[in-house]
Design a protein around this ligand. Structure first.
Ligand SMILES: [Zn+2]
Length: 271
């Protein structure tokens, strides 16, 4: 599942190919994504020019002179730059064509992704307006998390994965950050002190940055016809490693269900 690092890796890979390009056409083959793709997308976008490709949490923002298109990769989506004569596959649902002969193509086999119109002020869009701070940009994130967690009984892992608390953190990077900070995933969010939240914020920044850097090594994939972004190239220390030895103490990593999600942790190193 794409998380913030995959969205950011995608943003960095795509942006140089679309910035300053004029949008020549929009083709929607399958509008039935997580929410319906607006039927007037071609009318809204064609003739406009791309100003930048931004990101908010896991959402990508194609900022154009006509307004902003909001893109989300859902569970299985990917965005690639292809030649305009490249034939679409069965899961290639949306193409945006640019001056210069390239297409931005959304492939999404499970169709949980989104392509939505954000207008002139995307920050007020219902999907974006309640998002918490960006973990890589809020340099007081530890204090922000500590304040937001007062009185909360929810497990700290679920707290971290709440996009109103902090944007873009999913199961994988929440698990890894909690391990790096030595915090047990099921500990009540409200019973963790400010200094431990500082450690957690630092751990979160570190695992997200590492994943983005690892993704950055495969940016060339975005312009390859059959290329796939290099998700999850980082070495995960707990996620998906139940029963394997902890890199800290050598004991076995355990699996716990929190909400409906699998959580991986070391009972000796996290408390
Ligand atoms: Zn351990």
């Amino acid at each position: 599942v794409p998380e913030l690092p995959e969205a950011e890796t995608t943003r960095r890979g795509i942006e140089p190919h679309v910035t300053d390009r004029r949008i020549t056409r929009v083709k929607v083959r399958q509008p039935d994504l997580r929410w319906p793709v607006p039927t007037d997308l071609a009318k809204r976008l064609a003739g406009g020019r791309v100003v930048s490709l931004g990101r908010r949490g896991k959402y990508l923002l194609l900022n154009t002179t006509r307004g902003t298109l909001i893109l989300h990769l859902g569970m299985s989506g990917s965005l690639r730059i292809v030649d305009e004569d490249s034939l679409p596959g069965p899961h290639d649902h949306v193409d945006i064509g640019f001056s210069g002969g390239k297409l931005l193509r959304l492939r999404d086999p499970r169709r949980f992704g989104a392509v939505l119109w954000g207008g002139d002020d995307p920050a007020t869009h219902p999907l974006l307006r309640d998002l918490g701070p960006e973990p890589l940009e809020d340099h007081r994130l530890g204090a922000t998390l500590w304040q937001a967690s007062r009185g909360r009984q929810v497990a700290v892992k679920n707290f971290l994965m709440n996009s109103r608390v902090v944007a873009g953190v999913g199961n994988i990077y929440a698990s890894e950050a909690l391990f790096a900070a030595g915090i047990h995933p099921s500990r009540a969010a409200g019973r963790i002190g400010e200094s431990r939240y500082d450690l957690l914020a630092e751990a979160l920044r570190s695992v997200l940055s590492e994943a983005i850097e690892a993704g950055g090594t495969t940016l060339r994939d975005f312009v390859r016809e059959d290329g796939r972004p290099g998700y999850f190239r980082i070495s995960l220390k707990v996620y998906g490693r139940a029963g394997e030895p902890c890199t800290g103490c050598g004991g076995a990593i355990r699996l716990l269900r929190l909400g409906q999600r699998s959580s991986f942790y070391c009972p000796a190193c996290q408390h």
